[in-house]
Design a protein around this ligand. Structure first.
Ligand code: TXA
Ligand code: MG
Length: 315
C-alpha cells in the first residue's frame, strides 16, 4: 500500500516528487508545475512521449489568468463550467513554469478541478499542479486508488478518496480562436456548450494543425483485443452491454458486464474504466472483449471515443 495523507501529499509535492490524487474526472499524477525535476519523473514513470504536454491544474479562474490569455469565449466557458470537467487550451502568457509542462508549445491547457480535496491540495502546495491521468501511457485511466496501485505496482504515493468520479477525462476545448474546437470529448458535451454559449463547437479536421498531441497516440487500451458494435458475444469473450445484464444461451466462456443495467449514459461513463480494469484482472479467462453499440449522444460520444481508441485495429 502506498496511500498517503493530505499533509504527506503536500510535503511530497513540495520536495519535487509526485503524488496521485483524485479529481472528479479520473485520478491525476501530480507534480508542481515549476519543477522540471518533478515533471521529468512523471514522463519517466508514465513512459509518456516528451512531445505530449500536460494539463495545468489551478485552484480557480484568478490563478488560471496568470498563465493563459482568456478571450471572451474562454471567459464564458470558465464562468459556466469551472470548477468542473473542462480543460481550456489558451495562448501561454507566462514563462515561469517548467517548459517541460507544455512540451515546448506556445499554448497551455488549464483546468480547475471540482473536488475540494484537489483544490485544497493546489492551494496548500502554493503552486499550480500539472497532472496527467494516473496510468502508464496507452493504458486504461484510473478511477480509484486501487487502480493506481495496480497500474504502478504500488510505487506511487496515492491520496485516497472514495467518491465515485465521472470516470472519463475532461473535455478539452481549444479557445485560441473566437469559436470553440473540441479536441477531446468528455462530460461537457458539444450540446451543453452550444446550450450555454450559443455557439456550436467544431471538431478538428484530419488535416487541421490544431490537435491535442496525446490524441494521436493509441490510448485507453485493455490487455485483450476489444471489438466494437457487437450484438452478441463469441466463445470466451467478455461481453460489455448497455442495459441487459443477462442473456439466454450464452456461448461457453462468455461473461456479461453491464455498463448500466438501466441504460443511463452517465452511469456507463462512471463504470467504463472500472469494468475494463476488472476484465484486465480476469484476462486469463477470456480471448477478447466485445462491446454493444453505445448511443452516440451527450457523454455517450466520450464513451465511444475512449472505446474506439482502445479498440483492436484490423491491419
Ligand atoms: O480529466 C483530465 O483532464 C485528467 C485529470 C487528471 O485532470 N487529466 C488528463 O491528462 O486527462 P492527460 O495528460 O492524460 O491528457 C491531457 C491531454 C493530452 O491529450 C495532451 O496532448 C493534451 O491534453 N494537451 C495538453 N496541453 C495541450 C495543448 N497546449 N494543446 C493541445 N492539447 C494539449
Ligand atoms: Mg491520459
Amino acid at each position: 500500500m502506498s496511500f498517503v495523507s493530505f499533509s504527506q501529499a503536500v510535503a511530497i509535492l513540495r520536495r519535487e516528487s509526485i503524488v496521485a490524487f483524485p479529481t472528479e474526472t479520473v485520478y491525476g499524477l501530480g507534480a508542481i508545475a515549476t519543477s522540471t525535476t518533478a515533471i521529468l519523473k512523471i514522463y519517466e514513470i508514465k513512459k509518456r512521449p516528451s512531445f505530449n504536454p500536460l494539463i495545468l491544474h489551478v485552484s480557480g479562474l484568478d490563478q488560471a489568468r496568470k498563465y493563459g490569455k482568456f478571450n471572451k469565449l474562454a471567459l464564458q466557458l470558465a464562468a459556466n463550467f469551472w470548477p468542473g470537467p473542462m480543460t481550456l487550451v489558451l495562448p501561454k502568457i507566462n514563462y515561469t513554469l517548467s517548459p517541460n509542462a507544455t512540451a515546448g508549445l506556445d499554448t497551455i491547457a488549464i483546468r480547475v478541478p471540482a473536488y475540494k480535496q484537489a483544490q485544497n491540495l493546489i492551494s496548500a502546495v502554493g503552486t499550480p499542479l500539472v497532472a496527467p491521468s494516473a496510468n502508464p501511457s496507452g493504458r486504461l485511466s484510473a478511477t480509484s486508488a486501487n487502480h493506481v496501485e495496480h497500474l504502478f505496482n504500488s510505487t506511487v504515493p496515492v491520496l485516497d478518496n472514495s467518491t465515485r468520479p465521472i470516470g472519463l477525462e475532461s473535455t478539452i476545448i481549444d479557445c485560441t480562436r473566437a469559436s470553440p474546437i473540441i479536441l477531446r470529448h468528455g462530460a461537457i458535451s458539444a450540446e451543453l456548450i452550444e446550450k450555454y454559449i450559443g455557439i456550436a463547437p467544431r471538431f478538428p479536421k484530419k488535416d487541421d494543425e490544431i490537435k491535442a498531441p496525446g490524441m494521436l497516440l493509441r490510448h485507453y487500451a485493455p490487455k485483450l483485443p476489444l471489438y466494437l458494435n457487437k450484438k452478441k458475444p463469441f466463445e470466451y469473450q467478455a461481453f460489455i452491454t448497455f442495459g441487459d445484464a443477462s442473456f439466454e444461451n450464452l456461448p461457453i466462456g462468455t461473461q456479461i458486464f453491464s455498463l448500466s443495467p438501466t441504460k443511463n449514459l452517465k452511469e456507463a461513463a462512471a463504470t467504463l474504466f472500472t469494468i475494463l480494469h476488472k476484465i484486465d484482472s480476469l484476462s486469463e479467462k477470456f480471448k477478447s472483449i466485445a462491446v454493444v453499440p453505445i448511443p452516440n449522444e451527450g457523454i455517450g460520444k466520450a464513451i465511444n471515443d475512449r472505446l474506439s481508441r482502445g479498440a483492436h485495429k484490423k491491419i
